[in-house]
Design a binder for this molecule. Sequence first.
Ligand code: NAI
Length: 419
Amino acid sequence: MPVPEHDVADLGLAPAGVRRVAWAEHAMPALRAVRSRFAAERPLDGLRVAACMHVTAETANILRTLRAGGAEVALAASNPVSTQDDTAAALVAEDGVAVFARAGMDPDTYDRNLVTVLSTRPHLLLDDGCDLVNIAHDRPDLLADAFGGCEQTTTGVIRLRRMAAEGALRLPMVAVNDTATKRMFDNRYGTGQSTIDGILRATNTMLAGRTLVVAGFGYCGRGLAERARGMGARVVVTEVDPVKALDAVMQGYTVLPMDEAAPAGDVLVTVTGNRDVVRAEHIASLKDGAVLANSGHFDVEIDLPALEALAVEVRRDVRPNADEYVLADGRRVVLLAEGRLVNLGAAEGHPAAVMDMSFAVQALTVAWLAEHRDALAPGVLDVPEAIDTEVARLELGALGVAIDRLTPGQEEYLSSWRA
Ligand code: NAI
């Protein structure tokens, strides 16, 4: 395969990248099934795809799937920090993807790379945060051949909806973030497990018999609470939404206001999407050695300036990704990953098995866009329900789980009620 034009750190890293990508591939059975189908049916023959995504082994597997379907692919990083240089090298050398990404690149290079992948005059855009779509709208010449795309994150979908409301969005963009498979499995099981993973790697603490406070009982918080309970922790939930709080009560959790939860907690985790959830008065009431972590998107959930102000001494890196703040009376508060996403800062983010579903949905959505390109109008679109269902079926099949199917009589019975 010819090596495409690219800008990666070192092509010599390709063998290590190949091993990393293969390891992730083992955990991605739904995407493997989609790839086999794409290789047979070639639904993307002759199409050019420009992607702006984290350059990781999981991303490599979706891009290889699109290549198997016949697409030419150019990739820029959606975040310089998350780029795996070995994966980038493997994609160029082994899979013929034109990658423009290096770990730790500066913001100018980041922007330039987005323009570079757009200069391939893509038919389809895969975005993660809406930067690619944004830049493409400033340069309409680069959008001349484009007929659609996908957006992968909550923030990106919010930006797209704003563009659509202002009448500025010129493409049909599918919100792959908003599918049942993403919300239910990615946020709940992916964030739940990887948040615990981050806490354990950073502290090596024992969870059994300890009190773990989960602030926010949404998709992520519920997953975290379930996993912590499974490890023997006493889980306390804090909420502001009465329905979510009642749900937590009915599931057997202790629900308390943060004022009461904070002094009880050995580990406190915020995952609300809100700010100042753990404030000065809570920090002042913590036990000696209490651990604070955040898994919400921004590092504003724990009031970090208040923590700094209360501390008489800060001991950095008492363990990797753990800083110790000493309060005036000598009590220690341990902050993980500087209050940023603990599952990314102190662990490896979501397991490949979870990304498998999100990326299988995305690959099938790309094929759906290609098939329906003449029938789509600019705007933010939902993933067709059939794709969600199909990916869940593929995943069940991979797990060796069989389920019943409706008999013709049952289908008729149910549709008579619906009509
Ligand atoms: P969600 O909307 O399902 O849940 C958030 C919950 O927090 C809601 O039930 C809300 O009532 C509650 N809440 C809001 N303010 C609160 C407060 N002051 N005290 C207690 N509870 C409060 O959202 P989801 O999907 O669970 O996401 C939560 C956050 O996690 C978001 O910032 C999201 O971007 C982030 N996230 C992080 C991931 C990761 O890899 N760490 C992955 C996916 C999402």
